[in-house]
Design a protein around this ligand. Structure first.
Ligand SMILES: NC(=O)C1=CN([C@@H]2O[C@H](COP(=O)(O)OP(=O)(O)OC[C@H]3O[C@@H](n4cnc5c(N)ncnc54)[C@H](O)[C@@H]3O)[C@@H](O)[C@H]2O)[C@@H](O)CC1
Ligand SMILES: Nc1ncnc2c1ncn2[C@@H]1O[C@H](COP(=O)(O)OP(=O)(O)O)[C@@H](O)[C@H]1O
Ligand SMILES: [K+]
Length: 497
């Protein structure tokens, strides 16, 4: 798990690295600029493209000057540098890099007002105006310059952070932020890059390693982490030679209604394909033929109306999940109450299970400790109240996971897992091709399956979310039909042993 840092922590890591490694601040700027250019060249390899680099006079601007110099050395032929002298101050490393640049045959223009910029028709605009030193919203000449840059046609690439964008904290809608197609940031993804509130300002980001001290960063305070492949390798256990179906647990999925049996089929199938020893689906009688026809491996526990069968032996299941396609009427409410009262172990609650709790919040008291709640953003807000920014949702998620003693999985491009100890884990895997109905049902089945196999609910959530995304990435195409993702699971999981 990679620790994610705030801007001030990154600054501390800069300072620590300079103090403890044989490296000066100027070298760090050179590292950053080289690392930027390496990634930039992968995206824009054509040396004949015209590039305008807009620089402030702090260290972000210093990076811009060094980047222009390195691009020139790499053979880019049409580079122009524009320095925004809107502040009387300039950093030492900026000044040194300006001297270095002056020895080259490059066009350098200094402007004192935004109105003096232009004309501009470069193929690529590089924004090195302001980076992590931002301490207030852009105004005056800075704002005017950024507003004008945003009207230009060229591809827009930000150095470290789009100028005016806050790396962390709530971001409201504003015009005064550079709108980047790509940001190449340093060492760690910025927290706000991982939240949908960044989408008006940033399409993609890449992370360049500039050699900051990893151990120092990893030891930093704070709850934010980025999941990585190692987190799955460390957890996933091989199936042993003398193991049998009883070794991998019996999972129960309470799901489906006559009109939404598909959700029950998807979560049951995902549970089976993730490796549970036995999977049972508790479904309405109307769905029995569909289940038997679609999945001979899955057993049925048939509900009549709102009644769970008297023969249901709750104790024989190692894990349970409830919610996909369940419906939100009185019958479903009854089924949810019965399940929460009778199943004594942690339970995975999704979709209508969560919607029912939102409108009957007293039911939350019945949710066993260490359960897993898997809301998408609307379900999250229904459960915990409306939010005006994703940053607020982070704060709420951490708080509720701790107070409820549950794992909360807030689903999105970068799904966020809030753990009962108050950690906040971002998942990097997955693709927009997964944005289609039924995808969440699959995730529920996977998590229930891992719990049945003996993983803790928190580990099951981590493994489920990460592998769900990898399986989605493994299916090629414009959209990933959830059934296709499920079929990829056994092979995808095996890769992590
Ligand atoms: N050793 C380091 O600290 C490294 C820093 N690097 C670069 O340095 C950047 C940070 O540099 P700085 O700390 O000099 O800061 P910036 O270059 O981001 O900003 C310069 C100055 O502008 C002022 N300012 C902040 N918000 C403003 C606003 N809204 N309107 C007008 N002025 C404003 C502040 O006084 C700030 O110090 C990073 O984003 C990164 O690009 C990299 O070179 C890597 C190494
Ligand atoms: N743009 C995206 N990038 C990565 N994953 C995505 C994206 N859109 C959706 N997903 C994933 O697909 C799933 C959608 O879940 P959910 O909204 O509950 O779907 P449903 O209710 O239709 O089953 C989540 O796991 C989410 O992370
Ligand atoms: K910038």
């Amino acid at each position: 798990m990679l620790k994610l840092l705030t801007s001030s922590q990154i600054r501390e890591a800069d300072a620590y690295t300079i103090a403890n490694k044989p490296i000066q601040s100027l070298d760090l700027m050179e590292n950053a600029s080289r690392a930027f250019v390496e990634l930039f060249m992968e995206d824009f390899s054509d040396r004949t493209l015209s590039i305008s680099v807009y620089c402030g006079t702090g260290n972000n601007g210093g990076d811009g000057l060094a980047i222009a110099r390195i691009l020139h050395k790499e053979g880019y032929e049409r580079i122009k540098v524009i320095i925004a002298r809107f502040s009387e101050k300039s950093s030492l490393d900026f000044n040194i890099n300006l001297d270095r640049l002056k020895s080259l045959d490059l066009e350098v223009k200094e402007i004192y007002r935004a109105a003096d910029a232009g004309p501009e028709n470069a193929d690529i605009i590089i924004d090195a105006l302001l980076g992590s030193g931002l301490n207030k919203p852009l105004d005056g000449e800075w704002k005017d310059l950024v507003l004008w840059l945003n009207t230009l046609d060229g591809a827009k690439v930000a150095v470290d952070i789009p100028s005016g964008f806050k790396a962390e904290g709530a971001v409201g809608r504003t015009d005064a932020v550079f709108r980047a197609d790509l940001a190449i940031t340093f060492q760690r993804a910025r927290l706000n890059f991982l939240l949908p509130d960044s989408s008006p300002y940033l399409k993609y980001f890449e992370v360049a390693d500039i050699g900051l001290d990893e151990a120092f960063m990893q030891d930093g305070e704070g709850p934010y982490y980025l999941l990585s492949e190692d987190d799955i390798r460390d957890r996933l256990r091989a199936r042993l030679p003398f193991s049998h179906k009883g070794s991998y647990g019996h999972a129960l999925l309470v799901a489906g209604a006559p009109e939404t049996m598909g959700a029950a089929l998807l979560c049951s199938k995902a549970c089976l394909y993730t490796g549970a020893g036995l999977t049972s689906a508790c479904i309405p009688a109307e769905g029995l033929n569909a289940l038997n026809a679609a999945m001979p491996e899955v057993m049925a526990v048939v509900r009549e109306g709102n009644r769970l069968p008297a023969s249901l032996q709750w104790g024989k299941y190692q894990s349970a999940g409830i919610g996909p396609g369940l419906g939100t009427g009185d019958k479903s409410l009854h089924v949810l109450k019965d399940t929460l009262k009778n199943f004594a172990k942690p339970i995975v609650i999704d979709a209508d299970g969560l919607n029912l709790i939102s409108s009957n919040y007293e039911l939350m008291q019945l949710v066993p400790e260490f359960s897993v709640l898997t809301p998408h953003v609307k379900e999250f807000d229904r459960l915990f109240g409306e939010h005006t920014s994703w940053w607020e949702r982070l704060e709420t998620g951490i708080d509720r996971a701790v107070t409820l003693g549950c794992t909360i999985v807030l689903k999105n491009r970068y799904t966020i897992i809030f753990t009962p100890e108050g950690r906040c884990l971002f998942n990097p895997t997955g693709t927009p091709a997964m944005a289609t109905g039924g995808m969440g049902d699959v995730l529920t089945g996977m998590i229930v399956s891992f719990v049945a196999q003996g993983y803790t609910p928190e580990d099951a959530a981590i493994m489920g979310v990460y592998l769900h995304g990898i399986a989605g990435e493994s299916v090629q195409g414009y959209v990933v039909p959830p059934s296709r993702l499920i079929e990829a699971l056994p092979e995808v999981i095996l890769r992590y042993l």
